[in-house]
Design a protein around this ligand. Structure first.
Ligand code: NDP
Ligand code: GDR
Length: 320
């Protein structure tokens, strides 16, 4: 039985990846940071099948102990301060966790378990003010936030440990992926939850930021499979994971409200405070390498994704 160590297991992707790895017969160990409250909502329905250990990406000792004791065959580093707007208010913390934290995990692996395979959660935010469309593995980076800058550092340190120490390290450059388990501050979930609350009579107005931004949105359940596929290859590589289709935030509003037979323009107001200091205007990925070398394909379309999210939130709020 192979062992997978997942950092960030309490997050959206961590929960889907853990379920997927269990279905492949892995022993799954999740690293969680110490908190005064349990935050395992996304894991509740299968938590008994998991081992959870404490650790924090800001603390080298905890990572050394985790890797030494767990003896993983595969390490998935999903932990990060992942919300872009927070990265302007907490740039130091974002750099520590999302950037330097990756070096700490790599060091823990190099010292304690160099034969393990390593996955780094890289991001399309690294392309930022895009220098090429669609974005592929060779497109130069131009990050537009402290988060994006931290991810660029994390990406290159992963490449560097592969080249310096001959470790099996891969970066998945994943474009936005969503699900009913998405955090409430991200735009897709903010909107699906708002639609459900409007239907339930609990909300009459939704404040939004930039409606003109375009993103390449896919389903998180499809994307975690690509993470695993990368670590099953003969040699380590970096891969773009995306649908290849871009939509605006306005399209997202339209799809989500339509799923509940509502018109978004009757409820949405713009709040300038939600406009970012520097925006990533348009992202669209070219997943050709992932399709050709991994055999990966996205299965859930944009409209289906938004409909699923709205339905799940409506059920949560007790409306049909
Ligand atoms: P989430 O924000 O849902 O999850 C982040 C996870 O990181 C949580 O489990 C969180 O723990 C954990 N974490 C945060 N800080 C620390 C720390 N100091 N030490 C240990 N763990 C910590 O993110 P997603 O699941 O959406 O994303 C997973 C990864 O993929 C992230 O690295 C993200 O940046 C990246 N990514 C995500 C994309 C997306 O569209 N979802 C696209 C491209 C990249 P806690 O529950 O305690 O807060
Ligand atoms: P993003 O996701 O920044 O792309 O990062 P988010 O859903 O936060 O924003 C997407 C786009 O929507 C615009 N927007 C709003 N966003 C939020 N959150 N709230 C609003 O009210 C709103 N109005 C408009 C934003 O300006 C932006 O253009 C996500 C995260 O998961 C990162 O961790 C990951 O690396 C990238 O996706 C790929």
């Amino acid at each position: 039985m192979k062992t997978a160590l997942i950092t960030g297991i309490t997050g959206q992707d961590g929960s889907y990846l853990a379920e997927f790895m269990l279905s492949r017969g892995y022993r799954v160990v999740g690293m969680v940071r110490r908190s005064s409250v349990d935050r395992f909502e996304r894991l509740e329905h299968f938590q008994r099948q998991l081992e959870l250990i404490q650790g924090d990406l800001t603390d080298q000792t905890s990572l050394d102990i985790a890797v030494r004791d767990v003896r993983p065959d595969e390490i998935y580093n999903l932990a990060a301060q992942s919300f872009v707007p927070t990265s302007w208010n907490q740039p130091g913390l974002t750099g520590e966790v999302t950037g330097l934290g990756v070096t700490r995990v790599l060091e823990a692996m190099r010292k304690n378990r160099p034969e393990a395979r390593f996955y780094q959660a890289s991001s399309s935010e690294m392309f930022g003010k895009v220098l090429e469309t669609p974005q592929r593995e060779t497109t130069p980076f131009y990050p537009r936030s402290p988060y994006g800058a931290a991810k660029v550092y994390a990406h290159w340190i992963t490449v560097n440990y592969r080249e310096s120490y001959d470790l099996f390290c891969c970066s998945g450059i994943l474009f936005n992926h969503e699900s009913p388990r998405r955090g409430f501050e991200f735009v897709s979930r903010k909107v699906s939850d708002a639609v459900a609350r409007i239907k339930a009579g609990k909300l009459d107005r939704l404040t939004m930021g930039n409606l003109d931004a375009h993103r390449d949105w896919g389903f998180a359940g499809d994307y975690v499979k690509a993470m695993w596929m990368m670590l099953q290859q003969d040699s380590p590589q970096d891969y773009v994971v995306a649908t290849g289709v871009s939509h605006s935030v306005r399209d997202l509003l339209s799809a989500a409200f339509a799923a509940a037979d509502l018109s978004w323009d009757e409820y949405v107001v713009i709040d300038p405070a939600l406009i970012r200091p520097a925006e990533v205007d348009t992202l669209v990925g070219d997943p050709t390498r992932a399709q050709a070398e991994l055999g990966w394909q996205p299965r859930v379309s944009f409209d289906e994704l938004m409909e699923r999210m709205v339905r799940a939130d409506m059920a949560r709020h007790g409306v049909t």
